[in-house]
Design a protein around this ligand. Structure first.
Ligand code: ZN
Length: 241
């Protein structure tokens, strides 16, 4: 793609406005280091948060967004169904890409796209996570070693109740013994979706170079393909007489 990518980094942005650890780790919100990094890669990036009008996802913003990234946790239920519907249409019919991060697994938009509960096991004890690249030739794994570690993470364990991913790119191992499908791709209609597990509001995971590299690669991979010809539907003339 030659045109600059237009990315909207969406964050619930509630934990970080409190007084605890999330505010210490991400004083401006965890969307800010993600957005800054994507800007440094040459993308045109805006941010949007839950408490803005229309959650920052107006019709204009959605129309101008090639790729949306999504982080939510405590307030999934407060995301308006009308906005979720618009985001869904923009992905499935419009081809907007979606990168879902960490606890975004329980967001309305991800559950709607998956059609399953998206439930999982979890334990927030600050354990080491070792992330294995199991599809090293995939563009989302570009530039990564064969594994990398997050020193302190919240554990997510299988089973992760998602449909079989189109591609499984990362598998995580946790200190406590569990494993998890940490990097999964899906296609829904015209849209591409990438789920990436790492990231929790109390750990500085969104400053870690490997994690930011994966997010960058993921954004590029889910971006709509500008060369796709328009699709034709409806009555079709026979090709043979
Ligand atoms: Zn978490």
């Amino acid at each position: 793609m030659t045109d600059q990518l237009h990315v909207t980094v969406w964050n619930e942005y509630r934990h970080e406005r409190g007084t605890g650890k999330p505010a210490e780790v991400y004083p401006q919100g965890l969307h800010v280091p993600i957005a800054n990094h994507l800007r440094e890669q040459g993308m045109d990036v805006r941010t949007a948060t839950l408490d803005e009008p229309e959650h920052g996802l107006t019709d204009d913003v959605l129309a101008q967004t090639d790729v949306l990234t999504w982080w939510g946790h405590a307030a999934h239920a407060e995301v308006s169904d009308a906005i979720v519907e618009k985001v869904h249409q923009r992905i499935v019919l419009g081809g907007m890409g979606l990168v879902v991060l960490h606890s975004g697994h329980f967001s309305k938009i991800f559950r709607r796209l998956m059609g399953t509960s998206c439930d999982l096991k979890w334990r927030d004890d600050g354990e080491k996570e070792r992330i294995w690249v199991v599809e090293p030739g995939h563009p989302i794994a570009a530039g990564l070693p064969d594994h990398f570690e997050v020193p302190m993470a919240e554990m997510y364990g299988e089973r992760f109740d998602i449909p079989q991913p189109d591609e499984l790119i990362f598998i995580s191992w946790f200190q406590g013994g569990e494993v998890f499908r940490s990097g999964c791709t899906f296609r829904r209609g015209k849209g591409r979706i990438f789920y990436f597990r790492p990231g929790h509001e109390t750990f500085p995971i969104y400053y870690q170079p490997e994690v930011l590299r994966v997010i960058t690669n993921g954004v590029r991979w889910v971006a709509p393909d500008a060369d796709t010809p328009p699709l034709r539907y409806g009555r079709h003339e026979a090709l043979e007489g």
